[in-house]
Each structure stands twice: as C-alpha cells, then as structure tokens.
Write a protein that binds this ligand. Structure first.
Ligand SMILES: C[S@@+](CC[C@H](N)C(=O)[O-])C[C@H]1O[C@@H](n2cnc3c(N)ncnc32)[C@H](O)[C@@H]1O
Length: 219
C-alpha cells in the first residue's frame, strides 16, 4: 500500500488502473476497481490529517451522464470556455476537450483529484487546466459553460453549490448538472435535457443501474 503523503500522483498510479467508464467507453481514467482498499488506504493513513475520501478514483453516475451528453452533442461545448466544477477524475472536462471546447478547466479542492485529473487528461491526450481554489466564493469564473457532476450528495455543500450555480445561470452562464437522484438535488430551477441508465456497482450505489438526468440549471 502506497503512502498517499509521498506524492499524490504516485498514490493515484499505485492505487488505480486505467479503465473505461461504462457509459463513456471512449475515455480512459485511472480508476479503482474496488472501493474498500483505496478508501482504507486513504483513511488509515490520513484520517488525522483530514484528507478527503478518494472520490476522484471513481466515475460517478452524474459525471458519466454529463460526459456522454457532451460527446453526443458537441455543439454544446464547441468553441466555448468550459469549467468542470468538482471535477473528481476530470471526466466532464476530458469529454469537453474531446468535443472541441476552446478552453477547459477542471476544478476540485482535493489535491489528489488535481493529480488524477492531470494523469487522466494526459491518458486521453487532451489539454485541461487544473484549478484547486474554492470557486464558490467567486461569482465570475470567466467561462461560458459550467459542468457539475454528482455534487448533491451532502449538506451543506449541496446548498452552497445550488446557490452558486443558480447565480451563474442568472448571469448568462450555461450550467449543466448531472445527477442520479441524490438527496439534495435542487427542487426547482432545473430543466431536464437528457436521461441515461448508468451501470454502477452495488459497492458504490444501492442499485446496479442509476437512472441519471442531465439538467440545465435555469436559475
Ligand atoms: C462525488 S464527486 C464527483 C466527481 C465528478 N464530478 C464525477 O461526477 O465523477 C464530488 C467531488 O466534489 C469535490 N468538491 C467538494 N467540495 C468542492 C468545492 N467546494 N469545490 C470544488 N470541488 C469540490 C470533491 O473533492 C469530489 O471530488
């Protein structure tokens, strides 16, 4: 087991392997094939130092639905500046880059996610800028389109994200949210664009397939 305190990129490479998310097989990512060992590797060593769980080692249903939607509808991103907020593995950012976005930034506050995103972008031969600051305090991320995959899973994060995304939408930014029916999905200000059945595992989810919707946030 690798010590994640050494170098985040070494930890990502040691605890994962390149694999293809089921709904987006044209993309490869450094993914964990089972949740328990990597979760324990992170928690055992780092519980005291407050490193977050390795969300970046999985392609969550919300992110997979967003990536599928972008790859099948490249006009959504072509020539536009795209931000993948709370990017995790960077799946949404990589899909946007492959679909012809003018510039792509993946943002995640977890330094291990940042390392995973860099490795994943390189594995797919696309250019993605990585940012780790907390953008929730900034009202203008300077992009045309924001992607937010699977971020409605816990309070108070979901409430802060909802308010931020709605502000951006009201200011004219296109905001797309991928969500498999998480507990804190906003109750209003959403318009459905597409629906996907995303294969998953019982280890991660309570179902083998998650019915996942790509929403446009209307503000
Ligand atoms: C469930 S994962 C989703 C990852 C990816 N979007 C996907 O769908 O596969 C949630 C991610 O949100 C990130 N996150 C949490 N709070 C954040 C914040 N304030 N700003 C940016 N990212 C954040 C976590 O580090 C984690 O990687």
């Amino acid at each position: 087991m690798t010590n994640p305190l050494t170098d985040p990129a070494d930890f990502v490479r040691a605890e994962t392997a390149l694999a293809h998310p089921p709904l987006v097989p044209e993309i490869q990512l450094y993914l964990a094939d089972a949740i328990t060992p990597i979760w324990e590797a992170t928690e055992a060593t780092l519980a005291a130092s407050g490193v977050p769980p390795p969300y970046w080692a999985f392609a969550w249903p919300g992110g997979q639905a967003l990536a599928r939607h972008i790859l099948d509808n490249p006009a959504l991103v072509a020539g536009r500046r795209v931000l993948d907020f709370a990017a995790g593995s960077g799946l949404g950012a990589i899909a946007a880059a492959k679909a012809g976005a003018a510039a792509v930034t993946a943002n995640d506050i977890d330094a291990f996610a940042a390392a995973a995103i860099r490795l994943n972008a390189a594995a797919n031969a696309v250019s993605v800028a990585v940012a780790t600051e907390n953008l929730l305090d900034h009202d203008d991320p300077g992009v045309d389109l924001v992607l937010a995959g699977d971020i409605c899973y816990e309070r108070p994060l979901a409430g802060r994200v909802e308010a931020w995304l709605k502000r951006l939408a009201r200011r004219g930014t296109t905001v797309l949210l991928g969500d498999p029916g998480r507990a804190y999905l906003p109750r209003d200000g959403l318009e459905p664009l597409a629906r996907y059945a995303v294969p998953t595992t019982r280890e991660l989810e309570d179902q083998e397939v998650r019915d996942t919707v790509v929403w446009r946030v209307t503000g």
